[in-house]
Design a protein around this ligand. Structure first.
Ligand code: SAM
Length: 243
């Protein structure tokens, strides 16, 4: 086994999830397909076999640190906004096969990879939606329809909450994965979080020696409906974040 797969295994144990041999095999297939497709389309900068299982897969699984225990596996409705190559949604699905997952991605080529890997891994209850959060967030099939909204490396928090909170059902939760200095970003997002019906619950520091650098989960509860005016037109949330 690759040393980095061993780090994925040991990190997952620390998170409270010993991975089965079947799950490890699925992560290996995911790794191989990701690096093969990455030669043709730009899915990820990180392709080194020593890095992918840790910096992509284990990092995605740290989302579970913000869940209540025992984990709510069966039927939990989850959307990954700006999923790219499937991160963090696919690692979470491999860990918790019972969730109902939507992967939302604006780029058609990346969405083609998501369809391929879903079929290759035989993932059930996994829908790929091609589109922008600003548009799909107004579609009644997806608006306020999810218990858990995830997003990793998509936008700064003041814009990101406008792209994500409209998907969150009342009583649901949005978890953003962030790296590095985050205090300013969080301060700047305070007004937007409130305007969109959210309430900052927790900023959780991820402490896993396998990952090394400073990572955080920003956990936001959805406590009130999002006004129908949000999200604004494509591009506007990032260009003119709510204050
Ligand atoms: N979440 C993945 C990860 O952590 O590796 C991908 C990160 S990548 C830097 C950002 C992704 O978000 C891109 O694939 C991009 O196409 C997608 N994206 C950016 N803005 C979006 C939007 N408004 N709606 C849907 N997808 C978006």
């Amino acid at each position: 086994m690759l040393a980095s797969m061993e780090k994925l295994t040991s990190g997952a144990i620390k998170l409270g999830f010993p991975l089965s041999s079947g799950q490890l095999e699925q992560f290996s297939i995911y790794y191989r397909e990701l690096t093969t497709w990455n030669k043709r389309i730009n899915l990820t900068r990180i392709t080194n076999p020593q890095e992918v299982p840790v910096k992509h897969f284990l990092d995605s699984l740290t989302i579970t640190l913000a869940f209540s225990r025992p984990l709510p596996d069966t039927g939990l409705r989850v959307i990954d906004v700006g999923s790219g190559a499937g991160l963090p949604g696919i690692p979470l699905k491999l860990l918790l096969p019972g969730i109902r997952l939507v992967l939302l991605e604006a780029t058609r080529k990346k969405a083609a990879f998501l369809e391929h890997i879903r079929d290759r891994l035989g993932l059930e209850n996994t829908e790929i939606v091609i589109g922008r959060a600003e548009t799909v967030g107004h579609d009644s099939r997806y608006r306020e329809a999810f218990d858990l909204v995830l997003s990793r490396a998509v936008a700064r928090l003041p814009a990101l909450v406008e792209l994500t909170l409209p998907f969150c059902a009342i009583g649901g939760r949005f978890i953003a994965q962030k790296k590095g200095a985050i205090t300013r970003e969080i301060d700047e997002a305070a007004g937007a979080i409130k305007s969109l019906g959210g309430s900052l619950r927790e900023i959780k520091r991820v402490e896993l020696e396998e990952l090394g650098d400073e990572r955080y989960l920003i956990v936001i509860d959805k406590v009130a409906p999002t006004a129908g005016t949000y999200p604004r037109r494509p591009g506007i949330p990032v260009k003119r974040p709510l204050t």
